[in-house]
Design a protein around this ligand. Structure first.
Ligand SMILES: [Zn+2]
Length: 385
């Protein structure tokens, strides 16, 4: 889920997916033209639209607060947060990794609905005290937040309630992958239930609400399927090390070589899109990539050296053969270049490119989680010898 950045809170990018604008417009329109005039009579159109706009802004601020609840607890549990994106069906906090323990998973999942419940109770209490349009608007805000909390607490993975259910199953069985499978099955079932409810609602004469419900149910089922696939990969992936995925002993390119000499030698002879640069495996100064070489003008190919267009070492993610792949993936997250150089002490022993990771993931998918991938491939003995 992507969007354009609207703010940065702490180290977290706050993004807005363009689909939000559809919802903002629909919501403001239905509040101003139908809901508010019905519940609080006697105001003019401008007042309804003003109240509707303020309410919609408050509603999205509350959605953001819900996601910030997840994000702040995640950070306190040591899980990095890449971004929060608001989109068509609410908000998504993108975490850099999975929580380590069921307790952490529970606390991260529970804080979002907790924030919504507090805002909801506050809105209902204050709204009941106020009169007229203002009271109705605050009341609507409160009730909507309570509904949001209730909906998110459905035990349907990947909704918050499904994550809470997953953490409970995880604590009981000790197996996060099996727990995710269970919670996702509930997600598939509840998603199907929402689709069925949507159909009934449409037949009963509320086609807009019905289609909306069907869309949410369908989206929930898609997300649940994706999570099952993700966790099936994360399980085995968490046992693998960088040595299992890296390309060992890549060709090291001499920094004084010109690009004109380098292109035919590497890109036509080799099959990689990036090479370490240096004079020996203990004297590495950077990495040269196809993208870097492409930026060199044709007329300067003879005069530009590999060193001129290499990425310096301090801007490259460095890894060791024994580092877990999942930890390397966290380091690569959000970097411009998704490649890492692998060092065993001072010595370069490998390179990890997106193609290496894609191949590893494909192997895991083919092999399935029943096969222990760690036994024949792991072990740094081949590296240290
Ligand atoms: Zn949530």
């Amino acid at each position: 889920m992507n969007g354009f950045r609207i703010a940065r809170i702490g180290k977290i990018d706050i993004q807005l997916n363009p689909s939000v604008l559809v919802i903002v417009a629909l919501l403001a329109w239905s509040l101003a033209e139908s809901i508010f005039p019905e519940l609080a009579e006697g105001y003019d159109a401008a007042e309804y639209w003003l109240a509707a706009t303020a309410t919609v802004i408050a509603f999205f601020a509350a959605l953001l607060a819900h996601e910030m609840g997840h994000a702040l607890v995640a950070q306190r549990e040591g899980v990095g947060v890449r971004s929060i994106t608001l989109w068509l069906f609410g908000g998504v906090a993108q975490l850099e990794a999975e929580p380590d323990t069921p307790g952490a998973a529970f606390r991260i999942a529970a804080m979002g609905p907790a924030v919504s419940i507090v805002l909801g109770v506050f809105g209902v209490a204050v709204g009941a005290l106020l009169n007229g349009l203002l009271g109705i608007a605050v009341l609507w805000f409160g009730v909507t937040n309570l509904f949001l909390a209730f909906f998110n607490l459905l035990p349907a993975f990947p909704l918050d309630g499904g994550r809470i259910y997953q953490s409970w199953q995880w604590a009981k069985s000790g197996d996060p992958v099996a727990a995710t499978d269970r919670a996702a099955s509930a997600g598939l079932l509840i998603g199907a239930g929402l689709v069925a409810l949507g159909v009934l609602q449409s037949l009963a004469g509320n086609p807009i609400g019905g289609v909306w419900m069907m869309l949410i149910g369908w989206f929930l089922r898609q997300a649940a399927r994706q999570e099952v696939r993700g966790s099936a990969i994360r399980g085995p992936l968490s046992k693998l090390k960088v040595v299992d995925t890296m390309t060992s002993y890549p060709t090291i390119v001499d920094p004084t070589m010109t690009i004109a000499e380098f292109i035919p030698q590497m890109f036509f002879g080799g099959r990689h899109a990036a090479y370490p640069v240096g004079t020996s495996e203990t004297e590495i100064s950077g990495m040269v990539t196809l993208t870097g070489v492409r930026s060199v003008p044709r007329t300067e190919l003879e005069t530009t050296t590999v060193a001129d267009c290499a990425i310096p070492l301090d801007r490259i993610v460095r890894s060791s053969p024994d580092e877990p792949i999942t930890s390397l993936l966290s380091s690569l997250a959000g970097r411009d270049s998704s490649r890492a150089l692998v060092f065993d002490g001072p010595r370069l022993v490998g390179i990890v490119a997106p193609s290496d990771l894609a191949r590893t993931v494909s192997i895991i998918e083919v092999a399935g989680r029943s096969i222990d991938l760690t036994s024949p491939m792991s072990g740094s003995d081949t590296i240290n010898s």
